[in-house]
Design a protein around this ligand. Structure first.
Ligand SMILES: [Fe+2]
Length: 380
């Protein structure tokens, strides 16, 4: 930092100072393939770890990657930041301990998703003696550290938020489905055993065959949702606030990202293990080029229950006019580009990708065989 700033003690980012002092690798990138990240022992957690700072992470969230060696367990932990954990590889269990001394545990594997209720004591165990376990936690630690600026307070406060624990079955894969409306339907739980298997609900406004479920995990302010695109399809382009860490769970494909003034698209090819958060306000669009449905997970701060920011309220439709901006055409003041309004290069690019994969685009409702739009006449 600039010496003058240092002397005057201005422009400080306590979170970045803290992560640097932790002595673990910090990766700064637009997109990260998590299996390639080098980890190092992170004494605080008793696991190997690294911080993944993605360009689009925004002000409030960051990502910690953790590796538990075969047969290892993490050090017991509690903290005042929230986290949403996604398991990339391996099997294991997590035990939580409540103020009355009682314990609960659940077993996870690849594609599990869970949250530890805020400030609850927990410990992770690798269930294999041969293989490592690798998982990634999206956290609001930047927000919490930048507000409180005191490591001892964050990691060593003896207080149980008993109202965050939820029902007993929330730790064993059970939950409550709350049907609100397309795009707002939620599954309340603390633990999702397998994101590839959980049932989703239709959200046609976001794209052909699109489906989704939003999660409320440990009654948290951290958000997660999972979306699916059927084979041969792609989502409509949209934009929203920073910090939506998009992780690809099943299937393969690519995403395009651009700005209003961009001449070309940034393209990102993805598969399980890849993460990228679109930058604040950046248009982006996801394409499934595999021969099976593709699912992706997005984690961020600001949940459907507790949106936290005005931008998140706008995206989720939890505003007074209840309009879901990410599913409303930009022509109507929303943050979505309808198929008929998209850049004419986008559909042919997808058809060509599908052809290379020996697969076929299933967008007949919108596009003729020659790639021209069917909907234009109907809409005009
Ligand atoms: Fe998005």
């Amino acid at each position: 930092m600039n010496e003058m700033f240092k002397k005057a003690r201005i422009g400080i980012d306590p979170y970045l100072d803290w992560i640097q002092a932790e002595g673990v690798p910090v990766v700064n990138k637009y997109a990260i393939y998590l299996f390639d990240v080098e980890t190092k022992i992170w004494p605080r957690y008793g696991m190997n770890g690294a911080a993944c700072h993605l360009d689009g992470r925004g002000d409030f969230a960051s990502m910690f990657l953790f590796e538990l060696p075969p047969g290892a367990s993490s050090t017991p932990q509690r903290h005042l930041y929230e986290e949403v954990v996604y398991v990339l590889e391996g099997v294991g269990s997590t035990q939580i301990e409540l103020a009355d001394g009682s314990k609960r545990s659940f077993e996870w594997g690849p594609r599990s998703l869970f949250s530890i209720p805020i400030n609850t004591k927990y410990r992770h165990f690798n269930g294999s003696g041969q293989n490592r376990a690798l998982f990634v936690a999206t956290t609001d630690m930047p927000l919490i550290m930048n507000v409180f600026r005191n490591e001892q307070f964050i990691f060593d406060t003896n207080f149980e938020f008993s109202e965050r624990l939820g029902k007993q079955e929330y730790f064993s894969g059970g939950g409550d489905l709350v049907m609100v409306r397309p795009g707002n339907n939620l599954w309340e739980t603390n633990f999702v055993p397998d994101l590839e298997k959980i049932e989703l609900t239709k959200w046609d406004e976001r794209g052909e065959g699109s489906s989704i479920i939003l999660f409320v995990l440990a009654d948290g302010t951290m958000h997660a949702h999972i979306s699916e695109m059927p084979t041969g399809t792609y989502k409509k382009a949209h934009r929203h606030g920073a910090g939506a860490h998009v992780m690809f769970v099943s299937g393969t494909g690519y995403s395009l990202a651009w700005w209003d003034h961009s001449k070309d698209f940034e393209r990102l090819d993805w598969k399980h293990g890849m993460v990228f958060p679109p930058v604040e306000g950046q248009w982006h669009q996801h394409f499934n080029t595999s021969d099976k449905p593709a699912r992706y997970l997005a984690t961020s701060l600001g949940s459907i229950r507790y949106p936290l920011t005005a931008r998140k309220r706008r995206s989720t439709g939890t505003t007074s006019d209840a309009k879901i901006a990410v599913a409303t055409s930009a022509k109507e003041g929303g943050d979505q580009i309808e198929y008929e309004d998209q850049d004419p290069r986008i559909h042919p690019m997808f058809v060509e990708e599908m052809r290379k994969n020996g697969a076929v685009a299933k967008m007949d409702k919108y596009f003729a065989d020659d790639g021209t739009l069917k909907l234009v006449a109907a809409r005009e």
